[in-house]
Ligand binder design. Structure first.
Ligand code: NDP
Length: 324
């Protein structure tokens, strides 16, 4: 049962929904401007960095020339969050409403601004046995979160983007056998990384191919691949499905936000959505480069405009971008 809005302390200037890189950075940056901020996260702080690839070395976050382990970056943000006095609740937001109330399964809270930072989740292939074997370590994964699990294993990776190629790279020295199935001949991933994988000679590329089923009694044993009209079965211990990300839209699907055809939110250069008082940041936003540094920069941009929207300093009008 959701409580009503009665207690004064339940009013905030900014409520950020989602504790991934974009949400954390937005909360930190708003709090450094002395806005009263609540951050809601339903699962682990750090978003995909914490749930999918905690041990991955992030090679391209500026300021860390040797790279930084994903979970270490999250810990630094959490420390910063505490120092800036953000209120943090581990609660799943259920609804963000036009009147700027945010309802979780526990409470309804009012805010001047709501920031949607709900991020994305891995896209599912939707093939037989995928769902059954994706729970409890039965051989279907959406990232190599713990690469050591694949030592000596026969692994099939699906996809042609940076995630799939990063997974293949990571497993080069660990897995016994790697097969990469991609539905095209070309790749979206960085050319340089595709070349490294190719040159390793350790990956069997199945191009213009698709995985149509996974087989096994209690865990993954085989994958069925279709390539140019022919079907083949391959013995595998694990299938890693890395076919992109879909926006987490549960909290805003009935809000009337403008989105693109994939469901990613349209914003202007101030990270404003089409609804007054509602901003969106990070991977859930249309068109942004899906990089951690971009998520962080959304936080910086949003906080600047949120401050001018809430506090209305004399320069506020100059601050707003004139074009979408
Ligand atoms: P992408 O959307 O970039 O790539 C998804 C891949 O999966 C594409 O090759 C796509 O094929 C394929 N695909 C999509 N749907 C299906 C399907 N139903 N069946 C078979 N194949 C399918 O997703 P990623 O997760 O790789 O990357 C997401 C974002 O994160 C990107 O912007 C990427 O650049 C970024 N990223 C950056 C990294 C870095 O900087 N090191 C690391 C990881 C990710 P098609 O090409 O035909 O559409």
């Amino acid at each position: 049962m959701v409580e009503s809005l009665s207690e004064e302390e339940e009013e905030f200037e900014v409520i950020v929904v989602g504790g991934g890189p974009a949400g954390l950075n937005t909360a930190i940056m708003c709090a450094t401007r002395h806005l009263k901020v609540l951050l809601l996260e339903r699962d682990k702080m750090g978003g995909l960095l914490a749930t999918l690839y905690p041990n991955k070395i992030i090679p391209n976050y500026p300021g860390f020339p040797e790279g930084i382990v994903a979970i270490e970056l999250v810990r630094n943000w959490l420390r910063h969050l505490r120092l800036t006095g953000v209120t943090v609740k581990q609660e799943a937001a259920l609804i963000v409403a036009k009147d700027l109330t945010v309802t979780t399964y526990k409470k309804k809270r009012r805010s001047r601004v709501a920031v949607i930072a709900t991020g994305t989740n891995p896209r599912r292939l939707g093939i037989p046995n995928e769902s059954k074997f994706s729970k409890g370590g039965k051989g279907v994964y959406y990232f190599a979160s713990h690469p050591e699990e694949f030592v000596g294993k026969k692994v099939l990776v699906v996809g042609g983007g940076d995630t799939a190629i990063d997974v293949a790279l990571e497993l080069l020295s660990l897995a016994d056998e790697i097969t990469l199935v991609h539905r095209r001949e070309g790749f979206r991933a960085f050319d340089e990384n595709v070349e490294t994988v190719r040159k390793s000679g350790m990956v069997d590329f199945v191009l213009k191919g698709e995985v149509i089923a996974i087989k096994g009694r209690n865990r993954v044993e085989k994958a069925v691949i279709k390539q140019e009209g022919k079907k083949l079965q391959k013995r595998v211990d694990a299938v890693i499905i890395a076919i992109g990300l879909i926006p987490n839209n549960e909290v805003f699907k009935n809000l009337g936000l403008k989105t693109d055809e994939r469901g990613c939110i349209l914003t202007d250069r101030a990270q404003r959505t089409n609804i007054e008082g509602i901003f969106a940041v990070g991977d859930v936003v249309h068109g942004g480069l899906r990089l951690i540094t971009v998520a962080a920069s959304h936080g910086a941009t949003a906080s600047h405009f949120i401050y001018s929207y809430v506090k209305k300093p004399y320069w506020a009008r100059e601050a707003w971008p004139t074009e979408m």
